[in-house]
Design a binder for this molecule. Structure first.
Ligand code: F6P
Length: 358
């Protein structure tokens, strides 16, 4: 089929992040302006595809969005589990794919998004995925767009907290996003010089954390910085069954992980503690130049895949090369921080504590 008669659909799904609009631009500008195809944007993720809520994307829509935070299409979290057990939702998406006469559907999202993308691909739709999340926990790609912008934001937060920690001689606990994987907390912790970094992959011992804090005191260091991922847990908690842990965690009298760690330290020391939870600031604002470049690389690579009619894959970056891997290889797989990761080794060389039991 000649390019001019092709129509592509685009949707952004799951948690938003800086870089989404840069990625939309990277895909849509070439296909619309260079190859004369039609691009349709579905509103609010898969919900827009289910409801047929879509609009054409013109060159004007794609102008001035490279540096814009969030997503011009809107997003939503349509749980894969819900979709998987609702044939009517799947049918609606396939029906609208056909109704809008799509030749390809481009989805920008994280783990859940790519599970649904793979399901639609297995149903015969031409789907291409672009890896997006501040968590960087998507299997198959070294980096997702949104991650480096969040690292910049989180690092700036640690830098700012450093000065007030120093002034007051306090232990400052900063809680970062990342339920399953600790990439964001690890990168920002190393970049910000945190003394303790607690991530979900390395269940911690609060005694080891306190030991580090006292060690710093004995070295005359008046303050300490603890970077903790929202999904971090103690060794005992890590041994719980997932549903038991969920019930246990919701029963705790703390709004979130940072406060829980503070309470654990307060129960055993007289250290002066303060907690900061930056929350959604980590997903806000404009993309970093790194993410603008990465999102543009991903988007234009996807545009070439559309020209070559190469579907059923997620664009990825591996060893600094842009490539594409089958959706079925990615779907449902997390990329967690390995114990021998270079940043873990670097942290250990710097005597950074990961809260590890002896
Ligand atoms: O997946 C990205 C993420 O920001 C996680 O780090 C965080 O735990 C989650 O989304 C928050 O989800 P929601 O945006 O639905 O509150």
């Amino acid at each position: 089929m000649s390019e001019k008669n092709k129509t592509i659909g685009i949707l952004t799904s799951g948690g938003d992040c800086p870089g989404l609009n840069a990625a939309i631009r990277g895909v849509a500008k070439p296909v619309v302006e260079k190859y004369g195809m039609k691009a349709i944007g579905f509103s609010d993720g898969y919900r827009g595809l289910m409801e047929g809520n879509a609009r054409g994307l013109s060159p004007d829509d794609l102008s001035g969005i490279l540096t814009l935070g969030g997503t011009i299409l809107g997003t939503s979290r349509e749980s894969f589990k819900e979709i998987q057990k609702s044939p009517e939702k799947i049918e609606k998406m396939i029906e609208n794919y056909k109704k809008f006469e799509l030749d390809c559907l481009v989805v920008l999202g994280g783990n859940g998004t790519h599970k649904t993308a793979n399901l639609l691909s297995e149903k015969g739709l031409n789907v291409i995925g672009l890896p997006k999340t501040i968590d960087n926990d998507l299997y198959g790609t070294d980096f997702t767009f949104g991650f480096h912008s969040a690292v910049d934001i989180a690092t700036e937060i640690i830098d700012r907290i450093h000065s007030t920690a120093q002034s007051h001689g306090r232990v400052m606990i900063i809680e970062f996003m990342g339920h399953d994987a600790g990439w964001l907390t690890l990168y920002a912790g190393i970049a910000g010089g945190a003394d303790v970094i607690l991530i979900p992959e390395f269940p911690y011992s609060i005694d080891r954390v306190i030991e580090k804090l006292h060690e710093r005191q004995s070295e005359g260091k008046k303050f300490s910085i603890i970077a903790v991922a929202e999904g971090a847990m103690t060794l005992d908690e890590s041994k719980m069954k997932s549903k038991d842990y969920k019930a246990y965690y919701t029963s705790l009298p703390f709004p979130s992980m940072g406060y829980k760690v503070a309470a654990e330290i307060a129960a055993k020391t007289t250290l002066e503690l303060r907690v900061t939870v930056p929350g959604y600031q980590q997903r806000g604002g404009e993309p970093s130049p790194y993410d603008r470049v990465l999102a543009t690389k991903f988007g234009t690579y996807a545009a070439q895949m559309i020209l070559d009619e190469k579907y059923g894959k997620m664009v990825a970056i591996k060893d600094n090369r842009i490539t594409a891997i089958p959706l079925k290889t990615v779907a449902g797989k997390l990329k967690l921080v390995p114990r021998n990761h270079s940043l873990i080794k670097a942290g250990r060389m710097l005597n950074t504590s990961f809260g590890q039991p002896r």
